[in-house]
Ligand binder design. Sequence first.
Ligand SMILES: [Zn+2]
Length: 363
Amino acid sequence: MSTRTVPTPQELRSAPKVLLHDHLDGGLRPGTVVELADETGYSGLPTTDVDELGRWFRDAADSGSLEKYLETFAHTCGVMQTEEALSRVAAECVEDLADDGVVYAEVRYAPELFVERGLSLEAVVEAVQDGFERGRKAAAERGKQIRVGQLLCAMRQHARALEIADLTVRYRDRGVVGFDIAGPEAGYPPTRNLDAFEFLREQNAHFTIHAGEAFGLASIWEAIQHCGAERLGHGVRIVDDITTADDGSVSLGRLAAYVRDRRIPLEVCPSSNVQTGAASSIAEHPIGLLAKLRFRVTVNTDNRLMSGCSVSSEFAALVDAFGFDWSDVQWCTINAMKSAFVSFDERLDIINNVIKPWYAERV
Ligand SMILES: [Zn+2]
């Protein structure tokens, strides 16, 4: 095969892939939402018909209404308030990712959203870790090897970032690989949580920040230069600092040049951006330009349930929209693995022993 071979959706599923930006509470199976609602006595679901509910999640996320979009998470978080529920969702997450060919994933969630029924933050982290372990073993029994780490998010609008940063450090040798800050960008600049980022840097801990999704360059600049983010969650508004002239030549502003020069990873989530209106279509998504300019682009799902997507379906969309070939898929995959928060040795092991041998036959 040559690089000219167009990857098919089926081949993309079997290709080893790496996922850095995926929300645990955005990736439940619709059937699990229905069963957990029943088991935990959650009565708020719009429907208990599994197919209908799956469609409802996608339509609500598509509707353009923030209220509806947030309602989807009220339901998923609503059914994840017990250790059993958290562990089940985490186990199924790992199995679903492994079945999609993901070999390494960092899955994030905000522990503070799962304490409504009295769980401690520690119990939440441990229940998720228990699920990840069970999911990994179940996948291995089917011949699928996957490694998964936790990213703990703090919500911008709450004031618990330092507490969650401390939790991240306490659990870093027990499954947690990093920290993130999520929630509404408007009105909540990342600098609001500076104490948490300073603490993490003092502790030599890793973190990424959701920045530059709907909100512009100021949020990206703060995340990198004030907070010290190693990666950017989305980060696609960096295109606002890139100018294309009439003759097609491209010039980068200072911030865009800095992000590219320093190889700061962009956790790009194409379908999610289209749903929230950050991009009008996949074909018009900035990822095409950013990949062409060789920013450190990685391809991610964000919320698999709400977007009805997987890592392989995101790549399939990029194959259709931008003519991605196997070398592009491998490039994004190695970009992601290089940008992971696990140790250098572990990253090299997966790149050299899992990713490169598979793609070597195709590029
Ligand atoms: Zn996200």
